[in-house]
Design a binder for this molecule. Sequence first.
Ligand code: NCD
Ligand code: ZN
Ligand code: ZN
Length: 358
Amino acid sequence: MPRIKIHGMIDPHTHLRDLDWSHKATFESETKAAIAGGYWAVFDMPNTAPSTIDDARLTDKLARINMSAHCDWGLYFGASQTDNSAEYERIAARVCGLKMYNNSTTGDLFIDSSAMRERHYRAWTTNRLIAVHAEGETVANIIDLVRKYRQPTHFLHISSEFEINLLTEAKQDGLPITIGVCPHHLFLTEEDLPALGGYGRMKPELKRKTDQRALWRAIRQGVVDIIESDHAPHTRAEKEAEAPAFGAPGLETTLPLIMQAVKDSRLPLQRACDMLSLNVQRIWRITPLPKTYTVVDTDLSTIIEGRNLLTKCGWSPFEGMRVCGKVIEVWIRGHQVYDGENVLSAPGFGRNLFGFVA
Ligand code: NCD
Ligand code: ZN
Ligand code: ZN
């Protein structure tokens, strides 16, 4: 069966940049890339310049993305190290969740004290989830907070066997925890670093083969809930610098990489589709929209080439890899927005899936 239909693909972990970082990427360029990658909607992280940590900045970002987006979208609010929880009541209805950075990465949002982490957990009492960047031992610290406050928490870009083991146990205890993994941790390891140089640097860093095997095992066992791209474009100059910026683009390569894995019998087709659509909708409590789907030709084989991508950064850490599964149509709310070659929706077509704009 060469053609399949996936209903309502969502990437809940992207960095669309824009604002003061529009040299890296823009809401327009990256929502086009999202559509070409087969997505209905993308959720944007708050580590922009400036960071999305107060009502005024959120309101400004909402207005800008609302004018620019080609696909539907959501925005995260950022928990800050100086305690911005007084803002929560005003902003909660307009965002897809609260994002908390617990290890250092791109941007200046980093909370290293567990007392401050707890203040945010105590203050965030809405039914929207908390999405966390937590690596290694930090995962255990956040699990303790979930155990205490029972706030649904999504663990982003889980990359190691150690983390997977901790989270598997926490899930078995019945905690409201979900797990996302990224294609770069599933298809690349530290052994690729010599060839990739700065292009292979990201947070969490590429790991060992044993970690990668643990991620695939967790996918097969159903412990991993979703595949998220962690689409994080930086310019070539920023990646080739002595201290490379962390992150890599992924919106246009996630679906074909996963479809190749299906072809290679690494996971069943239904599991793959669920991890890109249904499970994301369930976790973020999104009602699927009618006539919103992606048609994929699972027989068409292609080679990933950065110069063919719509992301503004124009490169890929998966350069040269053979993948199958070409997106040939995308429909959103009954409108065709992609024909396999061109993005057909206008800037501003996209809507916020989480409440009103202003
Ligand atoms: C992300 C970025 O560049 O914004 N970088 C990364 O290496 N993944 C931030 C993040 O997701 O931690
Ligand atoms: Zn992160
Ligand atoms: Zn990220």
